[in-house]
Write a protein of this length. Structure first.
Length: 321
């Protein structure tokens, strides 16, 4: 069983037997670590995320809850693999999960991004040419994925927060001018220090560029890995699924700040966006966040370490195939 999510998410959902022994029936039960986790941690869901969590325990179009599909697959497999590494997870987590799920649970390594597989198309070149003209570490790159589009109001608040923060930014967003997605006059007011890009962006190349000094992300695991592997401190706006857990894990490691939200409905405003961006990009936490991000970059970017993870995984696959 191969997971493209962090191992901390496995721990949060847990196996069937643990959920039966320690049932969670109220939203508050999910806002603290599960009772089967024996070590201290701040990683937990927020109350605003309960709607998605509850949905995972209810039948969907397939007739089965998502968590039931997870349990059935986990119970039938011989080996659990996560795209992760010891350095990005709580200490001893994989040993704990091996006992919790009663079968080997191992890291595959982060399978880091490469910057030499991206072709030089015109769109990419135009974006990089703009970055070439910016001071070092002065630009925050903004990309929120495509799985859970923001509402028009949230997009407006995000845009106005970037404007209020007063930082240089590159915002990759699909169809930014369609249907009045951005506030009136936003692009004109931020021209010269900000670019809104509505076409494909070579994200890894952008994150690796010397002008980029922070990454505003939805905390999808793939994007988070790309950010930390390239030493970028994070401004985090998790939207769905495992993203909240990832954001809290990264905050625990001091590599980012989560944008403050209304716990009743998950909404946020421009002031919260501006505050988080300033803390990471220009404020007092900039040096600490950048230092922690670079420390993780040095660890997860170690090619020999990654090769050892792959070699160990191959050994597990041979043993349990």
């Amino acid at each position: 069983m191969f997971h493209i999510i962090p191992a901390a998410m496995n721990a949060m959902f847990g196996p069937r037997w643990a959920n039966a022994r320690y049932p969670r029936t109220a939203p508050e039960d999910f806002t603290v670590p599960p009772k089967w986790i024996p070590f201290p941690s701040t990683i937990a869901f927020r109350r605003r995320e309960f709607g998605w969590i509850a949905g995972a325990f209810k039948p969907n179009a397939s007739g089965l809850p998502d968590v039931e599909r997870f349990w059935r697959t986990e119970e039938r497999c011989r080996l659990i693999i996560n795209r992760s590494c010891h350095e990005l997870e709580p200490p001893q987590l994989f040993d704990f999960l091996t006992g919790l799920f009663r079968k080997p649970t191992v890291p595959a390594g982060i399978l880091p991004p490469t910057t030499n597989l991206v072709t030089d198309d015109d769109d990419r070149s135009e974006v990089l040419q703009w970055l070439d003209g910016q001071p070092p570490k002065s630009v925050i790159y903004v990309a929120l994925g495509s799985e859970a589009p923001l509402s028009a109001n949230d997009l407006h608040e995000l845009a106005l927060g970037l404007e209020l923060a007063g930082v240089r930014f590159l915002w990759a967003i699909r169809s930014p001018t369609a249907g009045g997605v951005l506030p009136d006059g936003f692009e004109q007011r931020t021209r010269g220090r900000g670019v809104v890009w509505g076409r494909w962006v070579a994200q890894v190349r952008v994150l690796a560029h010397g002008a980029v000094g922070a990454f505003l992300t939805h905390c999808g695991w793939g994007s988070t890995i790309e950010g930390v592997a390239l030493g970028q401190p994070l401004v985090m706006l998790p939207l769905v699924v495992d993203q909240g857990i990832i954001a809290r894990a990264m905050a625990e490691r001091g590599v980012g700040v989560e944008i403050a939200r209304d716990e009743s409905d998950g909404s946020f405003d421009r002031d919260a966006v501006a505050a988080a961006v300033r803390r990471v990009a220009v404020g007092g936490e900039r040096e600490a966040s950048a230092s922690n991000a670079n420390r993780i970059k040095d660890v997860v970017g170690d090619q020999e370490r990654e090769e050892r993870y792959i070699d160990e995984l191959v050994g597990y696959l041979r043993r349990y195939s």
